[in-house]
Design a protein around this ligand. Structure first.
Ligand code: GDP
Ligand code: MG
Length: 163
């Protein structure tokens, strides 16, 4: 059985950027398959030789819309349940937000392995926010820059540590 990894977190933290980086060109193949919904993208991915199935979760921009938020929660909860491990992404430049806390509650409820990562860590702008991520209670946060491809070795170590 292939390891299943879900990328979860509030909109705009860089989930899809990370997904695209880890999936690379393989996505094109998967998109042609029937049953791949727009709301939840799934593809085979690789990180430092570790092969796994990666699930991206949707972002709904307007979280003030209660029905959109509940849909986002449902999609995320399903992805967490389907996966062996979740990558919980926050924006390290923004620090931990109230919406991040709600995703953390969801992850605690499902009670499966979680790797917390602070994205947008290139340069020094993410240092304080990354430390705040300790408060989420999922252990040592991994600093990432999905856009620049930084922190991928630490992400690998983080995944291997919890599975
Ligand atoms: P999602 O809503 O969580 O899927 O986030 P996206 O992947 O769509 O990215 C949201 C925004 O953050 C986009 O403008 C990205 O270009 C930007 N972004 C993603 N990763 C990084 C990063 O590592 N550093 C910075 N500075 N911006 C990033
Ligand atoms: Mg996205």
């Amino acid at each position: 059985m292939t390891l299943k990894v879900a990328i979860v977190g509030r909109p705009n933290v860089g989930k899809s950027t990370l997904f695209n980086r880890l999936v690379g060109q393989r996505l094109a193949i998967v998109d042609d398959q029937p049953g791949v919904t727009r709301d939840r993208r799934e593809a085979s991915a690789e990180l430092a030789g570790l092969k796994f199935t990666l699930i991206d979760t949707p972002g709904f921009e307007d979280v003030r819309d209660a029905s959109l938020e509940s849909r986002m929660r449902e999609q995320t909860e399903q992805a967490i349940r389907d996966a062996d491990v979740s990558l919980f992404i926050i924006d390290a430049r923004a620090g931990v937000t109230p919406l991040d806390e709600r995703f953390a509650e969801l992850l605690r409820k499902v009670n499966k392995p979680v790797v917390v990562a602070g994205n947008k860590c290139e340069g020094k702008a993410g240092e304080d926010g990354l430390m705040e991520a300790y408060s989420l209670g999922f252990g040592e946060p991994v600093g990432l820059s999905a856009e620049h491809g930084e922190g991928m070795a630490d992400l690998f170590s983080g995944i291997v540590r919890v599975v």
